[in-house]
Design a protein around this ligand. Structure first.
Ligand code: PMP
Length: 411
């Protein structure tokens, strides 16, 4: 597979060499690297990506779940281009920020007020600071395998952080001491392997947090795309704070936190208790404009279609693996899927890590690339509304072919 990959991607090889001379490791974002060097992409339109060698791929990554309507979605690019032409960032609040905030507040019942950042990472950090300010406590309870961004205090090895296994209420109960400011949870472990939270797990954790005087923070950076009001509406949760990002910017950089008026008031400059929150590009108007139109087009019927297509694809992939005699399972949260090389679905990050400790994972990734299907090295894929039935059939065939190659090859 590797020899074939090198032979097919000479342009990527030389573009990567050039990149490595100025970007450490040739990249500026961890997930974009895989050995021997990543395919270097040049363009994306709808469900298609094109690399620097001119090879076309079916896009099942969608910039890690952020491009819900595919690449360069014309209504989003038109909205962003229109604001670019009239000034896309001002040292004043702007109507477009208000519009996006109104849209989020209308969709998420737990959200009355919204505060914008430039990334999900920044939004998580703001949520943590706000929880610490509101409770006067320092600790943050996280779940193993959770990803809330790449900054402290929300790193698993941080001094303020306690980590317990996902889907384990007893462990959370035990760790929820008097000094915990907030419990951060994803509705499903995203980067940790697309592992759904059991509904009773998330509800119990939310109740426990409140009973102990801590805030319950739901990170919907990935999951917001799975229901009009976020997964919280599906799961019957009313978080104190919601962390948002990805799709709400329509492909442009964004992050946000949402919650009650009472809590979010602490971030306002006009209050004397204000938690200093600034950012030259906060609420950038390209993201506000592109995000608003993207969300308007992400309605219940569109989400229903994505869900059904994702369920079908998950079943097809599982069947294809079984047909090739390879023990694999597919976990799914809405239209986000993850292939695991284990016969039973992992329920926490440790189980997912064990299933991922196989050369089959990168072999599958390379085999799919060679078949013109762009997926992630860790086995996660997700759908966009730009994928049509033919695209999905093609993806299913590519998986079947890839598993066959894996079964025949010595990997
Ligand atoms: N939270 C979750 C659940 C995420 O999936 C991500 C990004 N993958 C983040 C936070 C961080 O967002 P960003 O990459 O925009 O900083």
């Amino acid at each position: 597979l590797l020899a074939e990959y090198r032979a097919r991607t000479p342009g990527s090889a030389s573009a990567f060499r050039r990149a490595a001379a100025v970007l450490p490791g040739g990249e500026t974002r961890f997930v974009t690297y895989y050995p021997p060097y990543p395919v270097i992409l040049a363009e994306g339109h709808g469900s298609r990506l094109t690399d620097v060698d001119g090879t076309e791929y079916l896009d099942l990554v969608n910039n890690y779940t952020s491009l819900i309507h595919g690449n360069a979605y014309p209504p989003a690019t038109a909205a962003a281009a229109a604001v670019l032409a009239s000034g896309a960032v001002f040292p004043s609040p702007h109507e477009l920020q208000v519009e996006l905030a109104e849209l989020l507040a209308a969709r998420l019942p737990s959200v009355q007020r919204v505060r914008f950042t430039n990334s999900g990472t920044e939004a998580s950090v703001l949520a943590a600071r706000l929880a610490q300010r509101a409770t006067g406590r320092g600790r943050l309870l996280l779940f193993d395998g959770a990803y809330h961004g790449s900054a402290p205090p929300l790193l698993p090895d941080g001094p303020e952080v306690v980590t317990v296994p996902y889907n384990d209420v007893d462990a959370a109960r035990e760790a929820l001491t008097e000094d915990v400011a907030a419990v951060f949870a994803e509705p499903f472990l995203g980067a940790g392997g697309v592992i759904p939270g059991r509904p009773d797990f998330l509800r119990s954790v939310a109740d426990l947090a409140r009973a102990r005087g801590a805030l319950f923070v739901l990170d919907e950076v990935q999951s917001l795309r799975n229901a009009v009001g976020g997964e919280q509406t599906r799961l019957g949760l009313r978080p104190d704070l919601t962390v948002m990002g990805k799709v709400i910017g329509g492909g442009m950089p964004i992050g946000a936190i949402g919650g009650s008026e009472e809590l979010l008031r602490l971030t306002a400059a006009s209050t004397d208790r204000g938690l200093a929150h600034s950012g030259t590009f906060n609420g950038h108007l390209t993201a506000a404009a592109a995000g608003a139109v993207t969300l308007r087009h992400l309605d219940a019927p569109a989400i229903g279609r994505l869900d059904r297509a994702a369920r079908r694809l998950a079943d097809t992939i599982t069947t294809a693996a079984a047909g090739a005699g390879i023990p694999a399972t597919v976990t799914r949260a809405g239209s986000i899927l993850n292939v695991h090389f284990t016969p039973t679905a992992p329920v926490d990050a440790e189980q997912a890590r064990r299933a991922a400790a196989t050369p089959l994972l990168s072999a599958l990734h390379l085999a799919l690339l060679l078949d013109g299907v762009y997926t992630t090295p860790r086995g996660m894929i997700n759908l966009s509304t730009a994928l049509d039935t033919n695209d999905l059939d093609r993806a299913a065939l590519a998986y079947a072919h890839a598993f066959q190659r894996l079964a025949e090859a010595e990997v």
